[in-house]
Design a binder for this molecule. Structure first.
Ligand code: MAN
Length: 365
């Protein structure tokens, strides 16, 4: 503990109050978990905007997207049971619904530390498996375009879908690439031995194993196979679950993969504490972990990380390489988008050799 990386610079870049709701009758409660990349010398952030219906006393409003618009299913309060701030269970059917719905908006930043402007275009839910929202985009440049993996949430569950763009103004959808329940999917920015590589995080309903990260391979970015377990929680701070953060970054010594780890909550409605760590994966065989941070390197320490829609959450989703430093973009308390600048050498110094290399598969604890 206490080994968090020094924040050389730190800014809250986007707050919900900066963003108008997309329709009357809704309020923006979160602008967070952004994908990040660089285009024409500027940082581009694809920010998740979460909206919910403005409260009517005695009722719970459950939003969904249909035909390009947000609509709300209103239920009397006694017909739902709250699970946590994010979700309720319908007493009649047992179905779970989100209390908000998300879409994505793009902003540009010349210095990476302040927002210069917002684009008009929005990436809004359009397909049946996106009706409860599109969330947590990760951006990877591959070949001639940006590929965006994003979480598609609907009555069919929580899946990960793929889209691509050249300019963040128009997008092409390529469908679901990992069926429910699977999220935190990131693509390696290069082919390995001619094939694409993804890190993904299936959820294990049986609890026979802890949710951990997996690796998958593809010829075309759309069909994925040869799945292999990559990482299982080893430390108390990540024992509830782990999932990839931003897409891996090539460094001299391997692929740097930031990830989030969750400590279990103390009450049923407490989602736990989200912190971040890092892995270094072998260049030629990204299924092999060379080094890892045993302790978290980023944790909710500031008020905007400890208080918000979901308290005690830092959730890195974007990374920009500045040579001697790294800019890490993350969601703070599922409310705001923040950026922190780290020294690359300090981060590399926090990565400890993994005892059992070359095989890190082992048995989950
Ligand atoms: C899940 C996802 C994320 C969110 C965290 C913390 O992993 O819903 O979008 O940031 O929980 O609430």
């Amino acid at each position: 503990m206490g080994s968090y990386l020094q924040r050389l610079q730190y800014r809250v870049l986007v707050r919900p109050e900066d963003m108008p709701p997309s329709q009357d009758g809704f309020e923006v409660i979160g602008t967070f978990n952004p994908g990040a990349t660089v285009l024409d010398g500027s940082v581009v952030l694809l920010v998740r905007v979460a909206e919910r219906p403005i409260c009517r006393p005695g009722w719970v409003g459950l939003p969904r997207w249909t035909h390009g618009r947000l609509v709300t299913d209103w239920l009397p309060q006694d017909q739902v049971k709250w699970i946590d701030p994010r979700a309720v269970r319908l007493r009649s059917t047992g179905q779970v619904r989100l209390t908000f719905a998300s879409h994505l908006r793009t902003c540009r930043s010349a210095d990476g530390l302040s927002v210069d402007r917002w684009d008009e275009s929005r990436f809004i839910p359009e397909l049946p498996w996106e009706e409860y929202g599109v969330e947590d985009p990760r951006i990877t440049w591959l070949d001639d375009r940006f590929w965006i993996t994003y979480v598609a949430v609907s009555r069919f569950g929580v899946a990960t879908a793929l889209a691509s763009t050249k300019d963040f103004r128009s997008y092409e959808r390529h469908g679901i690439i990992f069926a429910p329940e699977n999220k935190d999917v990131v693509l390696l920015p290069e082919r390995i031995r001619g094939r694409f590589v993804a890190v993904h995080r299936p959820a294990l309903a049986t609890r026979l194993g802890p949710p951990g990260m997996w690796l998958a391979w593809s010829e075309d970015l759309k069909s994925w196979g040869q799945h292999e377990p990559l990482q299982w929680a080893r430390e108390a701070w990540e024992s509830a679950r782990t999932g990839a953060g931003p897409p891996p970054l090539r460094t001299e010594s391997g692929w740097l993969l930031l990830y989030h780890g969750v400590t279990p909550g103390k009450r049923p409605d407490d989602v736990g504490q989200y912190r971040a760590g890092a892995l270094l994966l072998s260049h030629e065989n990204p299924g092999r972990i060379l080094r890892r941070t045993c302790h978290p390197i980023l944790a909710p320490e500031l008020p905007c990380e400890q208080q918000g829609f979901v308290p005690d959450v830092v959730f890195p989703t974007g990374l920009v390489d500045r040579g001697a430093t790294l800019l890490v973009y993350y969601g703070a308390a599922d409310t705001s988008t923040a950026v922190v600048e780290w020294s690359r050498s300090e981060l590399e110094g926090a990565l400890e050799a993994v005892e059992s290399a070359p095989s890190n598969k082992g048995e989950p604890a």
